[in-house]
Design a protein around this ligand. Structure first.
Ligand code: NAP
Length: 305
């Protein structure tokens, strides 16, 4: 496994997302092949977005490639420029009624005026593939979601794949309804694999280092590059970096630099493990989204094989 020794400290394992993503893609593809062979229609995933110029465009290309590998019919649904909340909601409602579409993803974050929660609220929970609508989030609190957010499940899939124990003190940095909060709820799951004792930190946490003290695993979803250094992360903790921030960089392919929340140079030799950005949680989120789409398709077409 890749990693490095620095000054007699820790071997910081690099928790690569690719093997985790490949396993999810292979399982989803097998489920689709089995279902289609027994006469089910091919699964359909629709991704509603504001256009190719948004940061979501990279994610759309990744979705398209993954869907093709799994055997999902993938459709992008661009919103008309200047579209307002009622048009977004009507678009989502039409996809909810379309029998060829089994899963719908709505780009987020969106400007508040577009009423993201109102739009995903127009979906039945089986089609709310990212589990961010009020019904799925409510079901998550009640411990029986139909879908839970792909990014939160992806972060947990990485921890599980690399056998990072979670039944201990764990921190989540970030409390958004779509990432941090669902992740904290999933970590609190009553099971021998989870049962974490969870600290949730946010932008108003007065002393992040004090809040994280004693935590053995840190999940970060703040979208604040460089936030996690060895002055705030406890020595030896495993860090799962969900943050994705972009800034223009003409030196990079595509002209953008992607950063996580972790300062990898500072944590090298200090943390016991760290997910790279890019190449960590990101590819697993796309694969988990496909797995969610296939699970929703199975429910809508008569249950799992
Ligand atoms: P968000 O709605 O902006 O929420 C960010 C959260 O982080 C908020 O709770 C905020 O606190 C907290 N926060 C911000 N700065 C902080 C700081 N300096 N210290 C401590 N907490 C801080 O963002 P989001 O939608 O949850 O997404 C979070 C990150 O995950 C983003 O970078 C996003 O791009 C990334 N993401 C990655 C994937 C993936 O596949 N890897 C998927 C989805 C999202 P307050 O509540 O006090 O404002």
């Amino acid at each position: 496994m890749p990693g490095s020794w620095v000054g007699g400290g820790h071997l910081t394992r690099s928790l690569e997302g690719r093997p985790v993503a490949e396993a999810l893609i292979a399982a989803a593809r097998a489920a689709v092949e089995a279902g289609v062979a027994r006469g089910r229609p091919r699964p359909g995933l629709a991704s509603v977005h504001r256009g190719a110029q948004t940061p979501f465009a990279v994610y759309l290309r990744q979705q398209s490639r993954a869907a093709e590998r799994v055997g999902i019919a993938f459709r992008t649904v661009p919103l008309r420029e200047g579209a307002a909340a009622p048009e977004l909601k009507a678009t989502v409602r039409a996809l909810d009624a379309d029998p060829a579409v089994h899963a719908v993803l709505v780009e987020h974050p969106l400007p508040a005026a577009l009423d993201f929660l109102g739009a995903v609220g127009a979906l039945r929970p089986e089609k709310d593939v990212d589990g961010v609508g009020a019904e799925n989030l409510g079901r998550l609190v009640a411990r029986h979601p139909i879908h839970a957010p792909a990014v939160a499940r992806a972060a947990l899939a990485i921890a599980d794949h690399y056998r990072i124990p979670l039944g201990r003190r764990v921190a989540v940095v970030g409390r958004s309804e779509t990432v941090g909060l669902p992740l904290a709820l999933l970590l609190l799951d009553r099971s021998r694999e989870r049962d974490a004792t969870v600290t949730v930190a946010h932008s108003r946490t007065p002393d992040l280092g004090a809040a994280l003290a004693g935590c053995e695993v840190v999940f970060s979803c703040a979208g604040a590059p460089g936030l996690l250094t060895r002055t705030v992360v406890p020595e030896g903790a495993a860090v799962i970096d969900i943050g994705l921030s972009t800034r223009p960089d003409p030196q990079r392919p595509g002209g953008i630099r992607i950063s996580g929340d972790a300062d990898a140079a500072s944590l090298d030799g200090w943390a016991s493990a760290l997910t790279p950005v890019p190449g960590g949680v990101g590819p697993v989120t796309v694969a988990r989204l496909m797995a969610n789409a296939v699970a929703g398709w199975e429910r809508l077409t008569g249950g799992p094989e």
